[in-house]
Write a protein that binds this ligand. Structure first.
Ligand SMILES: [Zn+2]
Length: 313
């Protein structure tokens, strides 16, 4: 908080200085080409939600100052940006976002002066939503939740390192080294998931928020969503009846819910169908209720809950 405020006030000073110097056509205010940096010598990076913030911090290290447009505990799907947040985004050296995920950010990046990195370009979003109990996909809705597949996040991290290296060539070597270290950590996580989930008795992953399609796909499971595209979406009575029937028929033992929204729906289905509930965190934002203090820790907690819930030996 303190850091953000300090950065904003130094920005304000910078903007004022730029305005004062405008008649002299001084270059280097806001963005322009190559490495315009804050007074602390670091690139200012605005990330649109938590996994991208974490990735940007890992890759940028001490050369960047990263802030998150989605405040802790807020739901990123329906993010609204204040005029102040839009102004901050416009002034950032680098903006990291995922197009098609947060409409307010899609709009705001159109006027961003800095380098804009869209994770979608490297994340290969090849899944659509709505593989519900009838197996029908709702056409046109792309599943954005790539970060729950560590292999996809690793590809995005490498691509982001290349973008930072281009923006700030003096530190290019560091960005590549940081990315390599991050990719190694994500590889380790991927291997842990692979071996832990290779022999589970249930392959159906029943979740309140349909965020685990990429994860399920990578580790040989099938996601069955209770709600649809966004966690706020209320399932209809027919949806609930379908899922309850599915849970009973497929002998599903666990219904997963997430930390940012109420578990009421998952609990209702579980009670109806004689299953239990457990947390599976889509890591769209961290709160003090998160089962870990960063992406890696929450992913490991998710793995433990999956092993117990599916269950896997
Ligand atoms: Zn989501």
């Amino acid at each position: 908080m303190v850091m953000i405020r300090t950065r904003q006030s130094t920005r304000r000073l910078r903007v004022m200085a730029c305005l004062a110097a405008a008649v002299l056509l001084v270059a280097g205010c806001g963005s322009g080409d190559g490495g315009s940096k804050g007074d602390d010598g670091r690139l200012s990076v605005d990330a649109s939600f938590y996994p991208l913030q974490w990735m940007a911090q890992q890759v940028g290290g001490l050369h960047v100052s990263v802030s998150n447009l989605t405040k802790p505990g807020a739901e990123p799907h329906d993010l609204e940006l204040s005029p102040k947040a839009v102004a901050q985004l416009n002034d950032a050296d680098v903006v990291v976002y995922l197009s098609g995920f947060q409409p307010a950010v899609d709009d705001a990046v159109k006027t961003a002066a800095g380098t804009v990195f869209d994770a979608k370009a490297s994340a290969k979003l090849d899944r659509t939503f709505g593989n519900d109990t009838t197996g029908e996909a709702k056409p046109g809705a792309t599943d954005p939740h790539f970060w729950l597949d560590p292999a996809k996040l690793a590809v995005v991290a490498r691509s982001f390192a290349a973008t930072l290296a281009e923006r700030d060539p003096a530190n290019a070597k560091d960005y590549r080294a940081h990315a390599a270290r991050l990719v190694a950590e994500l590889d380790g996580l991927d291997r842990a998931y692979d071996s832990a989930l290779s022999d589970c008795s249930a392959k159906d992953l029943v979740t309140s928020h349909e965020a685990f399609g990429y994860l399920a796909n990578r580790y040989g499971m099938e996601q069955v969503g209770i709600a649809g595209l966004t966690p706020g979406q209320e399932p209809s009575g027919a949806d609930l009846a379908n899922v309850t029937t599915f849970v009973k028929r497929h002998n599903v033992r666990t219904i997963y819910f997430e930390t940012l929204v109420s578990p009421a729906v998952a609990k209702t289905v579980a009670a109806e169908a004689g299953a239990r509930t457990a947390v599976l965190d889509p890591i769209e934002g961290l709160t003090d209720r998160s089962e870990g203090s960063d992406y890696l820790e929450v992913m490991r907690a998710n793995l433990k809950n999956l092993q117990l819930g599916q269950p896997c030996p």
